[in-house]
Design a protein. Structure first.
Lengths: 115, 111
């Protein structure tokens, strides 16, 4: 298996622009997580899905952030409009019974820079 | 609020020695605790999980302890190697879904 796939790997955009991050979880996994990592705040959970349904979005910073999972093999995290303080590395992770009930498998991350 | 503390200062040790990393948590009672390794520019990688009713767990050169009274987990790497240099994250969890990660401790093993 190719593991969790994220795109793009790097994104540089100007303040006010819309940013869409993409994630393809490991096939067969039924849970998907979006995290954000910064030096100041560490790794923070933004939102997670079970069986394509959003379960907990309490970590989403504000209404500018939205996430969707239209099917079991694809999810997006959108920021509109983007701000410089959104600059961070965004990770997607998936988990499923086939990989162990608890452990999460992380993608390589998307490094977002908002100028 | 729930708080997880890991030593923010880097841990520097000599190759062959045992590295010990600490994870302290407050204001909740996790049912289990996970440890992950993160290399620069990469996502975290799962290493070990220990449950609240387990005092100790081992995997090759890794050993994790979990003291629910002290609210602390210790992560040991024996016979450390330069390849063990990375940031190690702990993540206590009260349930199966949501993980709250510590900020991590950077380990540097020098020859």
């Amino acid at each position: 298996d190719a593991g969790v796939i994220q795109s793009p790997r790097h994104e540089v955009t100007e303040m006010g622009q819309e940013v869409t991050l993409r994630c393809k979880p490991i096939s067969g996994h039924n849970s998907l997580f979006w995290y954000r990592q910064t030096m100041m705040r560490g790794l923070e959970l933004l939102i997670y899905f079970n069986n394509n349904v959003p379960i907990d979005d309490s970590g989403m910073p504000e209404d500018r952030f939205s996430a969707k999972m239209p099917n079991a093999s694809f999810s997006t995290l959108k920021i509109q409009p983007s701000e410089p303080r959104d600059s961070a590395v965004y990770f997607c992770a998936s988990r499923g019974l086939a990989g162990g009930l608890y452990e999460q498998y992380f993608g390589p991350g998307t490094r977002l820079t908002v100028t | 609020s729930q708080k997880i503390e890991q030593n923010s200062e880097a841990l520097n040790i000599q190759e062959g020695k045992t590295a010990t990393l600490t994870c302290n948590y407050t204001n909740y009672s996790p049912a289990y605790l996970q440890w992950y390794r993160q290399d620069p520019g990469r996502g975290p990688v799962f290493l070990l999980l220990i449950r609240e009713n387990e005092k100790e767990k081992r995997k090759e050169r890794l050993k994790v302890t979990f003291d629910t009274t002290l609210k602390q987990s210790l992560f040991h790497i024996t016979a450390s190697q330069p390849a063990d240099s990375a940031t190690y994250l702990c993540a206590p969890s009260a349930g199966t879904d949501k993980l709250i990660f510590g900020t991590g401790t950077r380990l540097q093993v020098f020859p």
